[in-house]
Write a protein that binds this ligand. Structure first.
Ligand SMILES: Cc1cc2nc3c(=O)[nH]c(=O)nc-3n(C[C@H](O)[C@H](O)[C@H](O)COP(=O)(O)O)c2cc1C
Length: 401
C-alpha cells in the first residue's frame, strides 16, 4: 500500500475510481474516414486501461457532421458508430478500466473545408480566422438535440460517463464567450443567456443518460482573446451547472488565439532532462512551470463542491502530491504524458517518483488529424518519419496545428 495521494481512490458522482489519475481527452486520429472505431483505437484504450488510469476520457467525438474538427476523428453522430465504440469500452472494462465519452462540436474551429462551419455569431475563428455561418435558432436546437442523441449512443456503446467539451474554442465554449457570442436573442447578450447553450446541452445529456451516470464537463475558464470570457463569469456558470447536477468539472481555456496556450510546450523540463532527451535548445531556457491551470482550479474549489479535475502540465509526483494535498484539485488529468507512457499509473504504483518521461515537445500535437496518435520520440524511425513530414509532406498541404 502507498500513501501517495494520487493513488488514493476517489469518486465522481456515484462512480468509484481506483485512483486520482485521469487520462485527459486526447484526439486519436485513429478512426476510419467515416469516423468509425478501428482496431488501433481499441488497442490504444486497452493499453491505457491495462496501465492503471483511474479514469480515461476519449478524444473529442463529433455529435453531428458539421461538428467534425479533423480527418480520422471518431464520430458519434450516427447509430453506425455504436458497434465500434462498444469494442472500445469492452476492451477497457475487460482490463478494469473506466471510460467517459467526450462529446464535442468543433463549431468555427473545424479544419475541414468541405463542411459548413457554424458558430453563435459571424466572428472569425480566433485560431484559424475561418468565417462561420451564424447559427439560426433551428440550428441551435438541432445541435443541442445532437448532443442528446450522442449521449444515448454513448450509453448504448457502454461508456461509464459523459464528458462535455466546453473549452478550447469549440462550439460550447464559443457560446460561453462574450467575444465569440454576440447574439442578442435567448442564446446570448448577457452571462445568463450565454450559459443557456451549455446548460441545454447538459440537460439534454442528463435526460438521455438518467440520474446515476456521471456527466462531467471540461470548461474553458477564461478566453485569451480581447473582450473574452472572465474567470468570474465562468465560476458562476460552473456553480450553476453544479446546482443542476453536473458531477465534476475539468479546467481549461475557452476561446484562444493559439493551441500553445492550452497545450504548453516543454512543461517542467529540467536541464538534466533536456540533455538526456537531446533538447539542446532548452538547455538555456527557463523551466516552464507545471500545473499551469492551477489558479483556475483554486478559483473553482473556493466556490463549488463537485470534484475539480486539473489538467495542463501536471508532470511530477511532487506537484501531483502538492496539488491534491493543498486541496486545489481532486483529480489530475494528463494528456501528453499518457501518449508517452500509457502505463504511467502502474509505474507510479510501483514506486516511480519524479518527472514523467514526456518532455511536452508537442510533436504528437503537430501530427493530429494526419497520423495516429503516438510519441514520436520513442524510436529513431518514428523521429525520422516526423522530420520527413515536417520538411516535405506537410509543407505540401494544410497543417492543422
Ligand atoms: C495530441 C493532442 C490531442 C488533444 N485532443 C484533445 C481532445 O480531443 N479533446 C480535449 O478536450 N483536449 C484535447 N487535447 C488537450 C489535452 O486534453 C490537454 O488539455 C492538454 O494537452 C494539456 O494537458 P497536458 O499538459 O497533460 O498535455 C489534446 C492534446 C494533445 C497534445
Amino acid at each position: 500500500m502507498t500513501d501517495a495521494p494520487y493513488l488514493q481512490p476517489g469518486r465522481i458522482g456515484k462512480l468509484s475510481l481506483k485512483n486520482r489519475l485521469v487520462r485527459a481527452a486526447t484526439s486519436e486520429t485513429m478512426a476510419t474516414a467515416s469516423g468509425e472505431a478501428t482496431d488501433r483505437l481499441v488497442k490504444l484504450y486497452a493499453d491505457i486501461a491495462a496501465g492503471g488510469a483511474g479514469l480515461m476520457i476519449t478524444g473529442h467525438m463529433f455529435v453531428e457532421p458539421r461538428g467534425q474538427y479533423e480527418p480520422m476523428q471518431t464520430a458519434i453522430h450516427s447509430d453506425a458508430a455504436i458497434a465500434g465504440l462498444k469494442r472500445v469500452t469492452d476492451a477497457v472494462h475487460a482490463r478494469g478500466g473506466v471510460i467517459f465519452a467526450e462529446l464535442s462540436h468543433a463549431g468555427s474551429q473545424s479544419v475541414l473545408p468541405e463542411i459548413e462551419a457554424i458558430a453563435p455569431s459571424l466572428i472569425p475563428n480566433a485560431i484559424y480566422a475561418r468565417e462561420p455561418k451564424a447559427m439560426s435558432g433551428a440550428d441551435v436546437d438541432a445541435v443541442v438535440a445532437a448532443f442528446g442523441a450522442a449521449a444515448r449512443r454513448a450509453m448504448a456503446a457502454g461508456f461509464d460517463g459523459i464528458h462535455i467539451h466546453g473549452a478550447n474554442g469549440y462550439l460550447v465554449s464559443a457560446f460561453n464567450s462574450p467575444h465569440a457570442n454576440r447574439r442578442t436573442d435567448g442564446w446570448g447578450g448577457d452571462a445568463e443567456r450565454r450559459s443557456r447553450f451549455i446548460v441545454s446541452v447538459y440537460q439534454v445529456i442528463r435526460a438521455a443518460v438518467g440520474p446515476d451516470v456521471p456527466v462531467t464537463a471540461r470548461v474553458g475558464m477564461v478566453d485569451t482573446v480581447e473582450g473574452g470570457l472572465t474567470l468570474e463569469e465562468s465560476v458562476d456558470r460552473v456553480h450553476h451547472l453544479e446546482s443542476l447536477g453536473l458531477d465534476a468539472v475539468e479546467v481549461q481555456l475557452g476561446v484562444m488565439g493559439t493551441y500553445l496556450r492550452s497545450v504548453v510546450p516543454y512543461v517542467g523540463v529540467t536541464k538534466r532532462r533536456a540533455l538526456a532527451d537531446g533538447l539542446l535548445h532548452r538547455l538555456t531556457a527557463d523551466k516552464v512551470p507545471e500545473a499551469y491551470f492551477r489558479p483556475y482550479a483554486q478559483a473553482l474549489k473556493a466556490r463549488v463542491k463537485i470534484p475539480v479535475i486539473l489538467v495542463g502540465g501536471v508532470r511530477s509526483t511532487e506537484v501531483m502530491t502538492d496539488v491534491l494535498q493543498s486541496g486545489d484539485a481532486d483529480f489530475l488529468a494528463m494528456a501528453r504524458p499518457f501518449v508517452r507512457e500509457p502505463d504511467l499509473p502502474a509505474k507510479l504504483a510501483a514506486g516511480r517518483r519524479g518527472l514523467v518521461d514526456c518532455v511536452s515537445c508537442n510533436i504528437c500535437l503537430k501530427h493530429e488529424g494526419r497520423d495516429p496518435l503516438q510519441c514520436w520520440r520513442t524510436s529513431a524511425s518514428a523521429m525520422a518519419y516526423h522530420v520527413y513530414c515536417r520538411f516535405w509532406r506537410d509543407r505540401r498541404g494544410a497543417v492543422t496545428k
